[in-house]
Ligand binder design. Structure first.
Ligand SMILES: NC(=O)c1ccc[n+]([C@@H]2O[C@H](COP(=O)([O-])OP(=O)(O)OC[C@H]3O[C@@H](n4cnc5c(N)ncnc54)[C@H](O)[C@@H]3O)[C@@H](O)[C@H]2O)c1
Length: 334
């Protein structure tokens, strides 16, 4: 099939593109490189460096006879969205509206949107798909609004859709020199440089992490499984819940790091328990977790080692810099 993937130079987009190319699909896609990396572009990809917000360009580059568009592009910055809301939300909401509009113009069969569990906010956990979104920050608000627009436009214009809700994903090709996101990659990169890590709040926030291939198993099935039509589905494990303090210990054990973490102020709007139920993925997609958190940390660590640890890159501007802005970002401590 002809598949178009936005965010193709990013972590999830590039891993998905490689899996689908290995399985015989023809891969097209774009990325504006604000969060991605040209090293992630496989030679089999038909890649365009362009911005999803550019409607006419999107219409031009999505090829005729495209079967499926996976919209993976986003500024995947939940914590930062409280301080750089314009940058984060425009690349989520505007980018989604133009990508879905161009997809409808090109008469694609199915639009698959990567949302985020930030859509659920601080509700009772585990989060299930029947809950109404109650996001706590601009990132989650933009994702929830983008979901509604995808459903509305696709239903009106007869394009099939699925909305996928990944959990925190880890694995090779993830950006690990970004101080604003990807906690496991940040911890490993810091520890490999023998530096102390920073933990926001008491470190008892609970999360569940997915290895990237476990997510991609689900994404791939959405291309053909009829049961995924017009469905919202949480993807990722719900078996291995951990606190951020425990994640730090697992990373330290993997690297052989022995400096105590530094605890710093809690970040505003950070959700304490972000845990999803995977029951619907188990029933519709026959979801099974193939990789434990320990495996995921090991594989991510091997990837960072193979490329070499790096200093953190603070190129994204803080649009709001006030007394609530984390010191780690203001003083570039990470
Ligand atoms: N990684 C996670 O833990 C996680 C969890 C839940 C949801 N998600 C969602 O999965 C998707 C992929 O996330 P990721 O972790 O691969 O992030 P990523 O930053 O590695 O990939 C996203 C890519 O989108 C590109 N991009 C951003 N704005 C763009 C625009 N306007 N036009 C073109 N390209 C643009 C970036 O350059 C980047 O390469 C995102 O939608 C994200 O919100 C990720």
């Amino acid at each position: 099939m002809k598949i178009f993937i936005t965010g193709l130079a990013g972590f999830l987009g590039s891993n998905l593109g490689i899996r689908l190319a290995n399985n015989g699909h023809e891969i097209f896609g774009n990325d504006n490189l604000i969060g991605g990396n040209l090293d992630n572009i496989d030679k089999r990809f038909n890649f365009f460096e362009s911005d999803c917000c550019d409607l006419d360009k999107m219409t031009e580059i999505i090829p005729e006879d495209t079967d499926v568009v996976f919209h993976c592009a986003a500024t995947a910055y939940e914590g930062l969205s409280v301080f750089s809301p314009h940058f984060v939300t425009k690349n989520i909401y505007d980018a989604t509206v133009s990508t879905v509009t161009a997809s409808i113009r090109k008469k694609i069969r199915k639009f698959i949107f990567c949302s985020s569990m930030a859509r659920y906010g601080n509700q009772e956990h585990p989060f299930v798909e029947t809950m109404s979104p109650k996001p706590e920050d601009p990132y989650g608000i933009a994702k929830a609004a983008a979901e509604d627009t995808v459903k509305n436009l696709c239903d009106t214009h007869n394009v099939d859709w699925t909305i996928l809700i990944p959990h925190n994903i880890v694995g090779p090709r993830q950006k690990y020199d970004d101080p604003y996101r990807n906690v496991i990659s940040i911890f490993l990169n810091k520890m490999m440089q023998n530096e102390e890590i920073y933990i926001y709040g008491d470190g008892n926030q609970k999360r569940c992490f997915s290895y990237v291939d476990d997510c991609i198993d689900c994404m791939e099935k959405c291309i053909t499984h009829e049961a995924t039509s017009k469905q919202i589905i949480n993807i990722g494990p719900d078996e291995e819940t951990v606190t951020i303090k425990e994640v730090a210990e697992l990373c330290a054990n993997e690297i052989g790091h022995n400096k105590d973490p530094i605890f710093t102020s809690q970040r505003p709007q950070e959700v304490k328990y972000a845990l999803c139920s995977s029951d619907k993925a188990r029933s519709l997609l026959d979801y099974k977790t193939r990789f434990t958190l320990k495996d995921s940390i090991k594989k991510t660590s091997e990837y960072i080692k193979s490329r070499g640890p790096k200093k953190f890159d603070y190129k994204i501007r803080l649009e709001i810099n006030n007394e609530l802005t984390p010191e780690t970002w203001k003083k570039k401590l990470i």
